[in-house]
Design a protein around this ligand. Structure first.
Ligand SMILES: Nc1ncnc2c1ncn2[C@@H]1O[C@H](COP(=O)(O)OP(=O)(O)OP(=O)(O)O)[C@@H](O)[C@H]1O
Length: 678
């Protein structure tokens, strides 16, 4: 009998589930079990090299060419059943874990990059298993690429329960918590248990069935897809099934991966350099031969390779995809990679600057209205312009690349009514009153991530999109075009946008424009270099933001204390941290002032699932929420790990539009405190 397509996939899924749950299969051919994807197995149909043919999902023209074809989150040519069916040997999870241990122990950056490059080559070099995309993402604590809105939705508590269950009947979640309080991080705790007691159940063949990187990835993707009634307990079961099969080093890696805290000392820059080192060494050596006299050709080639990887990362936001591109298509493939409508990119950011700075640096300055709202990126392929393919209704993404479309129907309607070609627009969503005049920023946040009562809230707070940039129009990527040209194209596709820019070449004219923007109820002006390209994710000097003098700080909640009296059921005080590199946060103070009962209730509900440990009044919270806090000044202080303390901190608002990685850094705090120029 031949079983194909969805039925085959279903069978394979069931098979994996059974193994994951520790079911022992008796009286079957063990060799065939150990290689369910081999010849004659479930995966015998379709070719390994052509995932698109099997899944019918791959965009046109190979890896790089996506043009204006909409991409949907599940359109990931490197994932899914085809990978499971590959006949190349798969990387064992234990092998990955062993290399991860070595990485974590390596203090030198250069050595770390080399070890990561070796790992990538082992995960997907020629003739090796093809786990490259997965391993690259895993290294950064990700199952899905950054642009993908899917999440595992597993909190620390669920993870602790799964570990407790795998550790055997004598271990409870409270024991795991206790060990966590001692060890300080979940990986060490997971590695400290002996999951062997349970293993007998799942063992078959020669010893246990060893986890592969691909199997862990598949199980976690399945877990992410599970939602609704009973999903929490199913997720717990699935995690239990995985931990149950783990040796200590694997358990450590798995626990950290599930919670997205890898602690390997491997940042995005390291992975970028390692991709270049692993797969572009030859290409860069070729380039190097053409080096100018006086230049170091090797260095120049290395910089070029890193730049090509960086550029591809900017347009795809997918380290896994870029690693595969670098390996399979080299520098040329990376450079040819374009934007895809439906796949968000990071926003270009601004530094603080003055009108004089702008005139001195740019000569003529593009002065744009600075709208006081939330940053969005809108992707749209009108049905009429889909050229035989499918259209893509307007999708709206937040600055973290979360899909916020459903909360913002006005934006969808606005774009649908005006735009007739495929576009990617950058802009700001602003709350407006009945006359269309802007309302304060906090009003937008009442709408921004709302899942319920969208229609009711729409009556209360109206919204308007102000598009100020255009990254793609009618089949053309515009990132490398100067702002001037992008703006002309923006006005072509959306004539409303014309009002928000003017040009000035002296500071007085800029002041006049700023006064007019403030009079109209906007936040002020942005000063931009009209000749600059759009550099996603970059906070360079080509965009300057004129800021009012009162600074606030965006800090991450890393801890809390319970309130008192009638607020005893709620968190009352929040311990704040600022970014100190490598996913670490240094504490800088506590905020209790300015929080209403409503804000406390919201924050308590939101942060409770992220409690890591509780010790008396001290609660440690996994970095999850960003608070905007005002303060009178920043002082040096031995009390907090940053070495600074906020004087009179007061809560201004929750920055739901920011992820913890976007919070202010210790470096900025030092500058604000006067230890360097802002
Ligand atoms: N015309 C415009 N061009 C670019 N950004 C604009 C414009 N109008 C409003 N903005 C908003 O201003 C933000 C930058 O200013 P601001 O410093 O006030 O924001 P922030 O979120 O506190 O800081 P940052 O975005 O720089 O981290 C942009 O991210 C964008 O959301």
């Amino acid at each position: 009998m031949v079983v194909e397509g969805a039925v085959a996939e279903r069978l394979l899924d069931d098979f994996r589930l059974l193994l994951g749950a520790g079911v022992e299969l008796v009286g079957v051919d063990r060799e065939r079990l150990a290689d369910p994807v081999g010849e004659g197995g479930l995966g015998a149909h379709g070719t390994v090299d052509d995932p698109g043919r099997q899944k019918g999902l791959r965009p046109t023209g190979g890896v790089g060419a996506v043009g204006t074809r909409p991409v949907r989150p599940e359109t990931d040519p490197y994932r899914g059943a085809f990978a499971e069916r590959s006949r190349t040997p798969r990387m064992e999870f234990a092998a990955f874990a062993e290399r991860a241990e070595r990485l974590a122990a390596e203090p030198a950056d250069i050595e770390t990059t080399r070890l990561v490059a070796d790992l990538l080559a082992a995960a997907g070099g020629r003739g090796k298993s093809d786990d490259l995309a997965t391993v690259t993402r895993f290294l950064l604590g990700r199952v899905f690429p950054a642009h993908d809105t899917r999440t595992l939705d597993v909190g620390p508590a669920l993870c602790r329960e799964a570990i407790a269950r795998a550790a055997g009947p004598n271990v409870g979640a409270a024991d795991v918590e206790e060990r966590l309080a001692e060890a300080g991080e979940i990986g060490a705790v997971a590695a400290g248990f002996d999951f062997g007691g349970q293993r007998g159940l799942a063992a078959f063949g020669e010893g246990r069935d060893r986890l592969t990187v691909a199997a862990v990835d598949a199980a976690l993707r399945e877990l992410a897809a599970d939602a609704g009634d009973g999903s929490e307990s199913r997720k717990r079961d699935a995690l239990f099934g995985l931990f149950n099969r783990c040796e200590p080093a694997e358990a450590k890696l798995l626990a950290r991966l599930v919670l997205g805290e890898m602690r390997l000392g491997v940042g995005e820059g390291t992975v970028r350099d390692a991709i270049a080192e692993a797969f572009l060494a030859e290409a860069s050596a070729d380039d190097g031969k053409e080096g100018n006299d006086g230049d170091d050709p090797t260095l120049r080639a290395r910089d070029e390779a890193a730049a090509a990887v960086e550029r591809a990362l900017q347009v795809t936001n997918d380290y896994g995809r870029v690693a595969v591109l670098a390996r399979d298509e080299g520098l040329a493939g990376l450079r040819a990679e374009g934007l895809a409508v439906g796949r968000p990119v990071q926003a270009m950011l601004a530094q603080a600057g003055t009108a004089t700075d702008a005139v001195e640096a740019f000569g003529e300055v593009a002065v744009e209205t600075k709208f006081d709202g939330a940053r969005v990126q809108v992707h749209y392929v009108p049905e009429s312009a889909a050229e035989g393919g499918e259209g893509l209704g307007p999708r709206v993404y937040s600055r973290n690349m979360d899909d916020v479309t459903d909360a913002l129907p006005e934006v969808v309607e606005y774009v649908e009514a005006r735009v007739s070609v495929p576009v990617i627009l950058d802009g700001e969503v602003v709350a407006v009153d009945d006359d269309g005049d802007p309302l304060p920023f906090q009003e937008v946040l009442r709408r921004f991530r709302r899942k319920h009562d969208v229609d009711r809230m729409r009556e209360e707070v109206g919204l308007r999109l102000h598009a100020f940039d255009c990254l793609h129009a009618d089949g053309e990527d515009l990132l490398d075009e100067p702002l001037r040209a992008r703006h002309d194209l923006l006005v072509d596709v959306l004539p409303d946008a014309a009002a928000s820019v003017e040009f000035a070449d002296d500071p007085e004219a800029i002041e006049v424009a700023e006064a007019a923007a403030l009079d109209a109820g906007h936040e002020g002006v942005m000063l931009k270099n009209p000749d600059a390209a759009y550099t996603p994710g970059d906070r360079g000097r080509d965009w300057l933001k004129r800021k009012p003098d009162v600074e606030t700080l965006d800090a991450v909640v890393v801890g809390a204390e319970w309130g008192e009296g009638r607020r005893a059921e709620l968190f009352g005080t929040f311990l704040l941290g600022v970014g100190a590199g490598d996913d670490e946060f240094a504490t800088i103070g506590k905020v209790a002032t300015g929080l209403t009962d409503e804000a406390l209730a919201d924050l308590t509900e939101r942060l409770k699932p992220h409690v890591v440990s509780e010790d008396g009044t001290e609660i440690e919270i996994r970095p999850e929420a960003v608070l905007e806090v005002g303060y009178e000044e920043i002082q040096t202080s031995p009390t907090y790990s940053s070495g600074y303390a906020l004087r009179f901190p007061r809560f201004v608002g929750v920055r739901d539009d920011k992820s913890v990685g976007d919070a202010d850094s210790l470096e900025r705090v030092a500058r604000l405190a006067g230890d360097g120029a802002e």
